[in-house]
Ligand binder design. Structure first.
Ligand SMILES: CC(C)(COP(=O)(O)OP(=O)(O)OC[C@H]1O[C@@H](n2cnc3c(N)ncnc32)[C@H](O)[C@@H]1OP(=O)(O)O)[C@@H](O)C(=O)NCCC(=O)NCCS
Length: 135
């Protein structure tokens, strides 16, 4: 994803791109920016409800970690934090989608309790039932 490289190459362009996405989704959403000191690690977004489009691809939560910080468990912990935010917002279950060949993201989702729900438009779908809803 070329726009991800902007996060390290041209941070201002990256911020502008993310702001544009907020408008595109058309639902209230919260962005969490992850940093370590002066270093940008990644972003997690919680979309508070699904549109018909997000129900097909995108889901409630999205995330990325920039290359130098990958494979250190950040995305797995970021999603766990995102699910806590979803719970706080009152969501009972959360939809995640990822490209069928995105094994790292699949692992992140499965590590957080994602239950597969088939494939749509080349994206694997997963639902996560939140703790508060289970008890
Ligand atoms: C997907 C992504 C967020 C993972 O971030 P990360 O911080 O590296 O993830 P983690 O360190 O938490 O690793 C999660 C699992 O994936 C595995 N993994 C990470 N990168 C991998 C790779 N390139 N190849 C194989 N496995 C990989 C880890 O070993 C770990 O597996 P485990 O739980 O079995 O030990 C990151 O690769 C990314 O930003 N990709 C581009 C954007 C994207 O795809 N976002 C998700 C959209 S749905």
């Amino acid at each position: 994803m070329e726009w991800l490289d902007a996060a390290t190459d041209d941070f201002d362009a990256y911020v502008a791109q993310r702001r544009g996405e907020q408008i595109r989704w058309g639902v209230p959403s919260t962005l969490f920016w992850y940093v370590s000191g002066e270093h940008y690690l990644g972003t997690l977004v919680v979309r508070q409800r699904l549109t018909p489009e997000l129900a097909e691809a995108g889901g409630h939560v999205g995330y990325h970690v920039v290359r130098p910080w990958r494979r250190q468990g950040h995305a797995t912990r970021m999603l766990a934090a995102g699910l806590a935010e979803c719970s706080r917002l009152g969501l009972d279950r959360v939809l995640l989608t990822c490209d069928a060949d995105n094994e790292p993201s699949r692992r992140v989702i499965r590590a957080n309790g994602g239950v597969p729900d088939g494939r749509m438009h080349g994206e694997d779908r997963f639902w996560i039932t939140l703790e508060a809803a289970r008890s």
